[in-house]
Design a protein around this ligand. Structure first.
Ligand code: SAM
Length: 299
């Protein structure tokens, strides 16, 4: 049975130049990163076959190259210069050829980028493990679905609903779900996170997940209202976003940790935990790419 090592060996074969840094991050956080990658390796191989590790490595490499290019343009322009929303919809979220490799990268950055590892720790130790017994969980923009599947793996009592605007991403999530052994307790569907609030008659959830979505929205304010509205009084929200991190589909530029935090507070949430870590930047860079994760609660 494959384990985390299969993803690292995939990088050795297909993305050698990125492999050393990924291994360093993995080795420094082995237990935490294996908690994510071991079950993912099992599900990935069962769903897609043994070639999946090379495909995931290629997806990760393409993504890292795209991020490096976008950073160079950002330093020159002084602001995000994303594509327009219709082009992002057709060229990213609806394009299977783009979206599937992107989804492998989106999950592999958690154990391979130093700026993302604290998100795994917060998600596992301060969100999943603290949810009440038999909790209902809603994941907005679940993409590959792996955060929901890890929650299901860790907590056999949870019921999980995940959604994403991207049909190819939901196809990946459903394929992983089918082999995960959690089909009875999790489901994924295509849905715009900003349209969730008009649906399900205002169902409340003990846990709400919104990982790396806000920066993809022209205006993230309604996302915070949805999270505040959907989380139960004693429930928990796991929220994360990117700051000063340009990408072709990052349309909302956060520059300060206080910015998403204030959006959360204005929506009626309060933060009980916040972690923000930076990526390495060249000397003299104006911007400091960071990823912030928070645990939020109702006020
Ligand atoms: C960087 S990925 C994050 C995936 C996953 N949540 C994670 O943390 O790895 C961003 C996701 O947001 C989704 N997305 C973008 N706009 C959305 C919207 N309005 N509603 C729902 N999903 C959206 C994309 O399809 C993509 O799967």
């Amino acid at each position: 049975m494959k384990t985390a090592a299969a993803f690292l060996e995939g990088l050795d074969r297909k993305a050698k130049v990125l492999s050393r840094a990924a291994r360093t991050t993995f080795e420094a956080n082995r237990e935490l990163c294996s908690w994510l990658l071991d079950p993912l390796a099992r599900w990935a191989e069962a769903a897609y076959g043994p070639e999946v590790f090379d495909e995931a490595a290629r997806g990760y490499a393409e993504y890292c190259v795209g991020v490096a290019r976008a950073k160079t343009i950002y330093e020159r322009e002084g602001r995000y210069t994303p594509e327009r929303m219709p082009e992002i919809m057709s060229g990213v979220y609806e394009d299977e050829g783009y979206m599937i490799p992107y989804m492998w990268a989106a999950i592999l950055i958690y154990p391979f980028w130093p700026s993302m590892v604290s998100h795994i720790a917060m998600f596992r130790d301060e969100f999943i493990r603290r949810l009440p017994k038999n909790a209902r969980v809603l994941e907005l923009a679940c993409g590959h679905g792996v955060l929901s599947l890890l929650a299901a793996e860790e907590r056999p009592d949870l019921q999980i609903e995940g959604s994403d605007i991207s049909p190819p991403a939901i196809a990946v999530a459903k394929r992983l779900l089918a082999v995960s052994g959690h089909s009875g307790r999790a489901r994924f569907e295509v849905k715009d996170a900003l349209k969730i609030d008009g649906q399900n008659g205002g169902t409340k959830y003990d846990g709400v997940i919104s990982g790396m979505l806000a920066e993809h929205l022209l205006d993230p304010t309604p996302l915070f209202s949805t999270m505040a509205h959907r989380v139960a009084n004693d429930g928990l929200v796991f929220f994360s976003t990117a700051l000063e991190s340009p990408q072709r589909d990052h349309v909302y530029e956060y520059n300060w940790e206080s910015h998403p935090l204030q959006m959360a507070e204005h929506a009626g949430l309060r933060v009980s935990r916040l972690a923000s870590d930076a990526s390495a930047v060249p000397k003299g860079a104006k911007f400091l790419p960071r990823a912030t994760a928070m645990i939020l609660r109702s006020r």
